[in-house]
Design a protein around this ligand. Sequence first.
Ligand SMILES: Nc1ncnc2c1ncn2[C@@H]1O[C@H](COP(=O)(O)OP(=O)(O)OP(=O)(O)O)[C@@H](O)[C@H]1O
Ligand SMILES: O=C(O)[C@H](O)CO
Ligand SMILES: [Mg+2]
Length: 415
Amino acid sequence: MKNLREDAFKIIKSSIDFVLPEKAVQQELEMIDLQDNIHIVAIGKAAWRMAKAAKDFLKDKVKDGIVITKYGHSQGTIESLQIYEAGHPIPDENTIKSTKKAIELVQNLGQGDVVLFLVSGGGSALFELPVEDVTLEDIKNVTDMLLKSGANIVEINTVRKHLSRVKGGNFAKLVEPAKIYSLVLSDVLGDRLDSIASGPAYPDSTTTEDVEKIIKKYDLQLSEKILRALKNETPKHLDNVETRIIGSVTKVCESAAKIAQHLGYNTMILTTTLDCESKEAGSFLAAIVREEKEREEPLNIPCAIILGGETVVHVRGNGKGGRNQELVLSAARGIKGYQEVLIASVGTDGTDGPTDAAGGIVDGETVNRLQEKGIDVENALNNNDSYHALQSVDGLVITGPTGTNVNDLTFILCN
Ligand SMILES: Nc1ncnc2c1ncn2[C@@H]1O[C@H](COP(=O)(O)OP(=O)(O)OP(=O)(O)O)[C@@H](O)[C@H]1O
Ligand SMILES: O=C(O)[C@H](O)CO
Ligand SMILES: [Mg+2]
């Protein structure tokens, strides 16, 4: 007899453990021949763990460095490094303050110096100094607007890059003539290096014309001042950068599949590039569950069907939630009444939207339980209030910050 819920938590925990940054950072550093006097700059939700791994491996070769991560994501001091925490997903004063410190650290370096740049998702909010005339308040407003617009992360970052002195390759320019080795933990589908954390040390493939298209597509209401600032073009060529990807959503899907197999499920990775609306992904997953229960297709049961990616939410209500929570709540509608089924979805960083949950988990009883509590699923979805709905039926997955960030893992278990 399988306990699907227990198995789901095992799959979540073990597959996230598998993509923690330590091993990946070390393996990569073993292959690069770095001299002494290394300067570390680490940004993103996984910055602390990446920097700690680098310092533990390189030891006294590290001269100095700086870590900029989200509030609650650092785990103490690291010798020779300054540690900062800042606002995410909306940048704040500490974002600007710590970014200035990072610039101070690198701007007077010479040709023989090396910056080890450790990049992870979340970096866009945590590493920012706006172009002239644009204020932190402006950046906050534009970020909020973009995050709620339904634009995907590549589009969001296309706009952000053109308002920044560090994004879109501009940081690499500030580091010149020193060299940058960049190790990247990818949370962008397709691992687009100029999008991950808005590519501070990668030649930017997006242009001011792309920005204009995005503004039109999402009907973004921007002031004259911002529109003028968005005419800044980003660097298209960089000579001082070498970049390597050390982890991605594919890896977390592969490890989830391995664990599910080990737990006795027939297993399939359906996609590693799920990118539609969260609610629609939920409906689609429910349809797959029904197919399994009615016809045992595409896999014989017990089965685990695994998806990786990053769905999007058009936030229209004023509730609390995240894309993973919204996905499973939507899915709950389509699996109502089915026994021995489960759908889970989590952000591998441990935070889904502006909530303390990593994601959510639902089964065939979820909708009935919500009804008993007097909660209407459609209302909750319309108000983007998946967090409170799931909370009332023990449907939240809470891991705390995990120290990694390789996008979202979603899976179905059927027995
Ligand atoms: N009430 C809500 N319900 C559903 N989704 C929401 C809600 N409020 C915000 N969001 C979504 O949460 C997202 C931001 O949260 P989160 O930290 O999970 O993003 P992220 O993409 O993982 O961040 P990063 O990519 O910078 O690591 C926004 O894109 C927004 O669409
Ligand atoms: O920080 C960001 O821009 C996103 O997490 C994508 O990397
Ligand atoms: Mg992310």
